[in-house]
Design a protein around this ligand. Sequence first.
Ligand code: S3P
Length: 445
Amino acid sequence: MTRLLPTAAGPVTGALSVPGDKSVSHRAALFGLLATGPCRATGWLDAADTRSSLAAVQRLGADASYEGKVLRVAPGTGPAALVGRRDPVAIDCGNSGTTARLLMGLLAGWLPPGGPDVVLSGDASLSGRPMNRVIEPLRGMDADITCLQEDGRLPVRVGGADLQAVEHELPVPSAQVKSALLLAGLHARGRTVIHGGGASRDHTERLLRVMGVRLEDLPRGGLAITGGQQPGHFDIVVPGDPSSAAFFLTAAAMIPGSRVTVTGHALNEGRLGALRMLRRAGADVTLARARGPREGEMLGDVTVAYGRPRPFTIIGDEIPTLVDEIPALAVLATALPGTSVISGAQELRVKESDRLALMAANLQRLGAKVTEKPDGLEITGPARLRGGTEDAPLVLETAGDHRIAMAMAIAALTAGGHCVLDDPGCVAVSYPDFFNALGALLRRG
Ligand code: S3P
C-alpha cells in the first residue's frame, strides 16, 4: 500500500527521542549468547532487523526476551544446548546484514564440531548482498562455511570447526566484517590481528570490553584478540540511533527557521560524521548534557538549527562515520546553494538497495539536479522539489529500503504537490514508529 507523505507548512521545531541504536542493539542480542552472566540492554531497539538477531539467538538456545524496553539474556548452556540435534538449525536473517555477517563469525568457532550445522538465509535484498568479504577471511581461519546456492551469497551453511588465529587486512573498512573476525578470534587458537577496520564503527569492541574481553589496540586502528576468553555480562543503556535521528536533524538544516533537538542521541565519535557534515553545510549544531559510561556508549542531547546553508563535500575517509546517513544528506544537498559532492561512497551500492542509483532517480523525479557517479552523487541546489497532483501523485521508489523511504519522506516535506512512497512499511526495519514521530514533530512546528 502506498502512503501520502506529509509536507511542512513552515519551520520544524521541537524535541524528540529516537529509538535505540540498531548496531548496538544487534550486538546486545548476539553477544548475550556468549555471556557467562545475566545481560541487560535498556532502550533496546524493537524493530524488524534487531528482532532477526533476537530470534536467531533464541533458536540457538539463549533464554532471551524483550519486555518494557529492556532486552534480557540469561546465561545459558552455550553450544551444549544444541548437542544431540541432528537437523541443521535454520536461521532467517530477514533484511539484516548485521545479523548474517556477525553470526557467521560468531558461529564459526562457537558451534561444536560434529554438532548440528546452522543455515543462514535472508530476504531477497539480503540474498543479493556480498558475503565473501566475511566468508573468505573466515575460511582463512579454517571456518567451515558453504554457500548453498551462489558463491558469496546467502543462504550459507556454517559448521563447527577448530579455528586458527590469522592476521587479516580488511579490503573494505566494514564494521560488520571487523566484528565477524573479532567474534571468530574469540574462539580461535592464538592471536587474531585485524588491520584496515580503522574508521568503521567500534560498537563490538566497546561491548566486548564491557564484558571483560581483552582487546589490544594496534597502530593505525588495528586490533588484536587472543582466543579462549570467556565474555562476562553487560548491563547497558542503548543510546538513540544517530542514523534515525539524522532524518529529523536534516529536516531542521533544510527548512528556514527550524530547530530540532534529539535527546539521548549517541555520542560515539565514529557515528557523528553526519553532524559534522550538517555543520559543514552551514547548520548550527550543538551538543548538551553528555552522559553515560566513557568505556561504553555515551549519549547526549543534539540540537540542529537552520543556519547559513552552503554546499558540502564528503570524501572517502569520512564515509564509514556517516555511511547510513548519506540518503538524508543527499536530500539536504538539494536545498543548498551550489554543488555538493559525495564521493568514495561505492559501498552504498551494496546496502539494502543500490542507494546511489535510487537516491539519484528519486531526487531527479522530484526535479533536483543530480548526477550519479560510480562512487557517489553530485547535487546542485537549491532546487524547487515538485511532487504530482492529487489524482496522479509522484511515486517515490524505496526498493523496500528503510533508509530510502525515510530520506524521501524528508524530501517530500519541502516538495510542492503530492508524493507517495511505494512501500512505506519498510521503515519497520529500523524505525517502526517513524511516520508517527514525523507527524508529531510537524504538528508542534
Ligand atoms: C553496521 C555497519 C555498517 C552499516 C550497517 C550496520 C554494523 O556497515 O552500514 O548499517 O552494525 O556493524 P559496514 O559493515 O559497511 O561498516
